[in-house]
Design a protein around this ligand. Structure first.
Ligand code: 5AD
Ligand code: SF4
Length: 444
């Protein structure tokens, strides 16, 4: 077997959800700790990690085209590792279809990458899709780098088994990381420059743990303890499940100023029959009642959700009910998808698969309604003042882009720097962004 020289440079490409982005960052830190440097922009890397997503068909198919695209002009390929949820679900298939792939590593096993790279260097092709009892978090290096807005995975996995979804199979059972480890990681992120932390979990509001006093607490307990970190300005969390919602978390939105006024709470469909077939175990009314409780605690809260159109058996009338939910919820922003049959999930073999053109037509109508509401939500911000956390430079000279408390992208021109919190007046709005002028400039 040929010996491949140890990689000097790496690139991690993450697809899919924010949890994958978090995993990608942790893999990068792990590789850096091994003395492997990030490949400079535009240059080939010796090692490429494709951190994949399996949630919908297109996401999974992308892996194979990406592998093809990594082939260099001279026919050689970098050392390729496929990580993430496609690796977990289709590891052996990837190894069969793509000889250029030398490593397949699942979302719960990536702390073993350094060892796998050594084995691959000896010419072996290695797969690790275990879900070991000792979690990867205990084996990963400490956080040393952060932008102004950081992700922190607090909970992983899913026990809900919605009939369309691969997550319970790719990410395993629901597991909460310990309170102390999370407070420690949050402090390190803040020391490294984070002003905002978004707590991540597939069912983030199912998080439970024991606080420093040994009391059992829910997500709001963790949020309150993180809010005590002096230089941390903002806390967010995503994604919540309606059935794990507690009054404690809702109340935290009323009394914890660092907790941002934003809630992402997927509903998926607007018909109780479809919700039942999806195994969602909430109804349209129980979902809308939760939104109203959040609005009572924090009247300005921005609401967000996810929708699937064309779940097997969904009729035209049932789809109309989805539009009714949109009208009732008055969302700030939403994600919406065509149903995609995922191999191994119960819905994939259900009767009444909806034709592609019907799904397309429903998605277009749904997105028009969601767009109408996003435009209206953003337009209501004009004339208001708010604080913006500066995240990056804008396209124009002197322009900066940051986030409002309601997660809108805000553009403004001023003397500022990344990580600063700037008070602005919103002066214009569009579908996905706002324009603003800093208050300091208005006063001058
Ligand atoms: N088809 C289409 N959309 C899906 N989602 C999850 N599984 C599927 C699927 N099989 C959507 C849901 C979920 C979001 C992350 O992706 O709306 O909330
Ligand atoms: Fe995609 Fe789900 Fe895996 Fe995230 S957890 S990468 S959304 S399949």
């Amino acid at each position: 077997m040929p010996t491949i020289t140890a990689p000097q440079t790496y690139r991690v490409k993450s697809f899919g959800c924010q949890m994958n982005v978090y995993d990608g960052e942790r893999m990068a830190e792990l590789l850096a700790e091994q003395g492997i440097a990030p490949a400079p922009e535009g240059e080939d890397a010796d090692l490429v990690v494709l951190n994949t997503c399996h949630i919908r068909e297109k996401a999974a198919e992308k892996v194979y085209s990406d592998i093809g695209r990594l082939r260099r002009a001279d026919g050689s390929s970098p050392l390729i590792a496929v990580a993430g949820c496609v690796a977990q679900a289709e590891g052996s298939e990837i190894m069969r279809r793509a000889p250029a792939v030398k490593m397949v590593v699942g979302p719960q096993a990536y702390h073993r990458l350094p060892e796998m790279i050594r084995e691959a260097g000896e010419g072996r092709r290695v797969t690790d899709t275990d879900m070991p009892a000792q979690t990867k978090f205990d084996a990963l290096p400490r956080r040393r780098k952060s932008g102004p807005s950081a992700f922190l995975t607090v909970q992983e996995g899913c026990d809900k088994f919605c009939t369309y979804c691969v997550v319970p199979y790719t990410r395993g059972a629901e597991v909460s990381r310990p309170h102390a480890a999370l407070v420690e990681e949050a402090k390190r992120l803040v020391d490294a420059g984070a002003r905002e932390i978004t707590l991540l979990g597939q069912n983030v509001n199912a998080w439970t743990g024991e606080n420093a006093k040994g009391h059992s607490v829910g997500l709001e307990g963790l949020i309150r303890d993180l809010a005590a970190i002096p230089d941390l300005a903002r806390i967010r969390y995503t994604t919540s499940h309606p059935n794990d919602m507690t009054q404690g978390l809702i109340d935290a939105h009323g009394d914890t100023p660092k907790l941002m006024p934003f809630l992402h709470l997927p509903v998926q469909a607007g018909s109780d029959r479809v919700l039942k077939a999806m195994n969602r175990s909430h109804t349209v009314d129980s979902y809308l009642a939760i939104l109203e409780r959040f609005r009572a605690a924090r009247p300005d809260i921005a609401l967000s959700g996810d929708f699937i159109v064309g779940f097997p058996g969904e009729t035209d009338a049932e789809f109309e009910e989805t539009l009714n939910v949109v009208d009732a919820a008055r969302y700030a922003q939403c994600f919406s998808f065509k149903y995609s049959p995922r191999p191994g999930t119960p819905a994939a073999t259900m009767d009444g698969q909806v034709p592609a053109e019907v799904m397309s037509e429903r998605l277009t109508r749904l997105q028009a309604a969601l767009m109408r509401d996003s435009l209206a939500f953003n337009a209501r911000a004009v004339g208001k003042t708010c604080e913006v956390l500066v995240e990056r430079k804008g396209k124009l000279p002197g322009q900066w882009v940051g986030k409002s408390p309601w997660l809108q992208s805000v553009h403004f021109s001023a003397d500022a720097e990344i990580g600063q919190i700037v008070s602005v007046e919103i002066t214009s709005s569009a579908l996905t962004s706002l324009g603003a002028v800093p208050l300091a400039m208005l006063a001058a």
